[in-house]
Write a protein that binds this ligand. Structure first.
Ligand code: ZN
Length: 284
C-alpha cells in the first residue's frame, strides 16, 4: 500500500475517536489537528439536519460550560488558537541561488526544497494551522534596506517574514552536501542560544531518525547547533532540516521521488506536532 493511501486509511479509522475526545473533554487535540480538520469538514456534509442540530447543541453546551466555569484561561485559549498556530515554512535558496546540486542529475536544491515545503504546507494547512511561506516561487527575496549583497538581502527578508509572523515554529528546508559522497541521511540544526529551538530540533531529529533515515542509508544523527542567520535572527523556535545529501546518488534518487518526499514532509509535520504538544501549557 502506498504511503498516501495508508495515511488516508489511518485518518478515516481515527475519525470517530477524535469526535468522542472533543465532545467528552471539550478540548481540541492538537496532535490530531489534521484529523480534526477533516472531521470538521465531515460534520457539514449532508448527514441530515438532526445530526447538525445535535452537533450545534453539543457545541452550545460546551460554550455554556466554559462560561459557567468562568475560566478566563480556557476562554482565551479558545479565541487565540489561530494566532498561536502560525508556522513559517522556509524553502532554502531560490532564483539565482540554486544551493547545492544533485551529483547525478544536477537537480537544484532550491527546487527540491520548495517541493518539500509546499507539501509540508499542505499538511499544516489541512491541520488548521496558518502557514506563512518565505517563498512559494523560484526566486531570491529582496530587502528594502539591503542593496549591496543579494544573499544577505534574501536572508534578512526571510528573517523579517519570520519575526512578523510570530510563529509557534519555523522550519527551514534544505538539502545537504558533503565532501565524502558516502555520507547519507537527514539532519536537523538549531541555534545555540535557543533552548526551545534545541528541543524542537531534538524531537524532529528523532522522528527523522525513525521514519526517514532508514530509507537514507540507516544512519541516525543527533541534532546539532549551526551558526546560521535564519536560526539566530528570531526568538521563535527555529530549525533547519537538511533532508538528505545531494552529494550521494542514492539520497538524491530518494529526494527526487515524490512518494519519498511525501513521507519526508509527513515526518517533519508529525515531528513538529510532537514538539508543539510537549510545549507545556501552550496548546491544550
Ligand atoms: Zn541549502
Amino acid at each position: 500500500m502506498g504511503f498516501l493511501s495508508s495515511l488516508s486509511t489511518e485518518l478515516s479509522t481515527n475519525k470517530g475517536q477524535i469526535v468522542d475526545n472533543f465532545v467528552d473533554k471539550g478540548v481540541f487535540l492538537y496532535q490530531n489537528a489534521y484529523i480534526r480538520k477533516r472531521n470538521d469538514m465531515q460534520i457539514v456534509e449532508p448527514v441530515g439536519k438532526k445530526k447538525i442540530y445535535k452537533f450545534l447543541l453539543i457545541a452550545a453546551a460546551i460554550a455554556i460550560a466554559f462560561l459557567a466555569i468562568g475560566s478566563p484561561l480556557i476562554a482565551s485559549a479558545a479565541t487565540s488558537d489561530r494566532e498561536r498556530m502560525t508556522v513559517v515554512l522556509d524553502a532554502g535558496h531560490g532564483g539565482e541561488d540554486a544551493g547545492v546540486r544533485g551529483v547525478r542529475t544536477g537537480v537544484k536544491e532550491s527546487e527540491l526544497n520548495l517541493k518539500v515545503v509546499l507539501l509540508l504546507g499542505e499538511y499544516f494547512e489541512a491541520g488548521g494551522f496558518k502557514v506563512i511561506y518565505t517563498r512559494k516561487n523560484d526566486t531570491m527575496l529582496r530587502h528594502p534596506n539591503v542593496k549591496d549583497n543579494k544573499k544577505r538581502a534574501d536572508l534578512f527578508r526571510r528573517g523579517d517574514i519570520i519575526n512578523a509572523a510570530k510563529p509557534v515554529a519555523v522550519i527551514s528546508i534544505h538539502m545537504n552536501k558533503y565532501s565524502s559522497a558516502a555520507r547519507r541521511g537527514a539532519q536537523v540544526f538549531f541555534g545555540a542560544k535557543s533552548a526551545e529551538g534545541r528541543r524542537f530540533a531534538e524531537i524532529l531529529q528523532q522522528r527523522l531518525n525513525e521514519d526517514v533515515n532508514p530509507s537514507l542509508g540507516g544512519r541516525t544523527y543527533s541534532a546539532l547547533t549551526a551558526e546560521k542567520y535564519l536560526l539566530e535572527c528570531t526568538p521563535y523556535p527555529a530549525v533547519i532540516a537538511e533532508c538528505g545529501f545531494l552529494s550521494n546518488p542514492l539520497d538524491e534518487q530518494c529526494l527526487l521521488d515524490p512518494e519519498f518526499r511525501a513521507e519526508l514532509a509527513y515526518a517533519v509535520y508529525q515531528g513538529t506536532l510532537l514538539y508543539l504538544n510537549t510545549s507545556g501549557t501552550s496548546f491544550m
